[in-house]
Design a protein around this ligand. Sequence first.
Ligand code: NOJ
Ligand code: CA
Length: 677
Amino acid sequence: MLRILLACFCLILGMGLSGPSRADAAYQVSSPDGRLTVEVGSSFGEATYQVSRDGKPVITRSKLGFLFTNAPKFDRSLRAIAQETASFDENWDLPWGEVKTIRNHYNELTVTFEDGRGAPRRFSVTFRVFDDGIGFRYNFPDQPTLKEVRIGEELTQFNLAEDGTAWWQPAGEWNRYEYLYHRTAIREIGQAHTPMTVRLNSGLHLSFHEAALVDYASMWLRHAGGTQFVASLAPSSRGAKVVRTAPFSTPWRTIQISEKATGLIESHLILNLNEPNRLGDVSWVKPYKYVGIWWEMHINKSTWGSGPKHGATTENAKRYIDFAAANGFRGVLIEGWNVGWDGDWFGGETGFDFTKPYPDFDLAAVAAYAKQKGVRLVGHHETAANIANYEPQMEAAFKLYESLGVDSVKTGYVADAGGARFSDGKGGIVFDWHDGQEMVRHHLRVVEAAARHRIAINTHEPIKDTGLRRTYPNWVAREGARGQEYNAWGNPENPPEHEVNLVFTRMLSGPMDFTPGIFAINPTQPGHRANTTLAKQLALYVTLYSPVQMAADLPEVYAANPGPFQFIKDVPVDWSQTIALNGEVGDYVTIARKDRASSDWYLGAMTDENPRDFSVRLDFLDAGRAYRAEIYRDGPQADWKTQPNNVVIEQKVVQRGDVLRVKLAPGGGQAIRFKAQ
Ligand code: NOJ
Ligand code: CA
């Protein structure tokens, strides 16, 4: 009892940014608006932090620390010995994005901890507190007592002050990030990937994630009972989960905090915690829309591998190029063009050749044809996560593409989690995780090599996005969740709530190459379908942000549906403003975005399996001008189950301040272009 009283007394003494004179101490820092406060300190040998909002606890006292495989842990004999504070406020511009300018405004506190056992060893933790949440990271200084840092586990805790509802995906399971989202009580979470979104019983929304995941293992969140979570790093074949040489800093652990669910969508905390652009002039990175030899393989109309159904033939490629040129698409993706797809290619058994086309695909001729038509090929590197096979070929592969005018490449890592193949440096192979430290390093090697050839990268089966597009603006998009492809062959396909889950979870990490725009909805192929209405497929272009957006369906399907196809032709992929107008996690959402290249605004609204009927005030439109609203909405009979293709296209003149009634069918959506007059 006496110990507890003493500890409280010391904590109170240590508050208010005054230096501690005792073993137990606490420092604090608040957000610029004063509403969020973080307290960091030590008591009874433990380093801890806690977070409150308007004086109410959000994260109760939670531990900081590490286990090492080559040194005693940082855990029970820690003492806060020093603090430093700073403030920062700056606007910065994105070369491309969902907004043009972002304000990076925070107060910072760095607390140094010393381990009292044996020869002194130190680390510090830097907290940045923004109005929309917090980020913190560990710093390992250059010190002789801990030079080579072999991390067995990170001990960071996240102890939630209350229970609530969580939207999450299991981590450490075979299908990487491609699970359906679970909606459970916080107490029922197992081990989750981030971003993990929760709504506390008091109504507050939080998203747990990380920023700037560089040369470190990905953080999973392990449920440790009650409302308590502990970091769990993705494993490594080397034993230690992370191996680094000090000095270095870990990625930022982030908690975005918002009263409303829509606040999470408008938060730029993850990007703000990343380093500025490291590539210099990136005007060569172009947002674009694309079509491609892709969906036809997923619906089993053609094959990636060679043979009579081979999709990537010279002739078929020219057909797609013609279609792209006629309809204003910049890109044409061609998958299955290179040798390696025959046989059991999943998991890297066959070993792809990244410079050798199949004999029925004349790469040079196709590239020349594209150039003549004013279209760019989008390259494809399916590595099947055989890194040992890919990395030695990477330079030659990017060089070849660059010589052909290809300035963006989609990569792929199809293999079960834990099945990525790396060279052991001795002629053998070791297996690693898609989100372990080795893979994190690999992805940056790819992005840096691609940048040297002025090539943008869109990664499938990726490492999760942690905002590195700020530092490497050629890393334009990723998959990293179940995309449209599951509607071609998934068992089950994506349910009607899937996309409204994505907006409040996966999408908080960054752009997703979801590949919207399937019009041949039911069936997509025998026995499979998309569980949306057609209007919802259009809404996805606005609600699921990406600077690269595919028109995923077949050219002949679009040719047969010129009405709705017009929206896909019109919708931009680069925006100056984004406003989340309404929404609840996993239920519905409405987002408005302003085109970077014109005064036009666009709106996308979508729902889960429940119909919605609400009004939206057009307060976002520029004042003093009329807009022609080109509306693509669910028709009166529309229903994802029975009448997915029932869409109404209509126009009306509107202006700022008007109120628009939005009715969404079950599994439905609505897309609007506001064309400035
Ligand atoms: C999985 C990717 O997500 C998909 O887009 C691609 O077509 C296949 N892998 C083959 O690379
Ligand atoms: Ca995939």
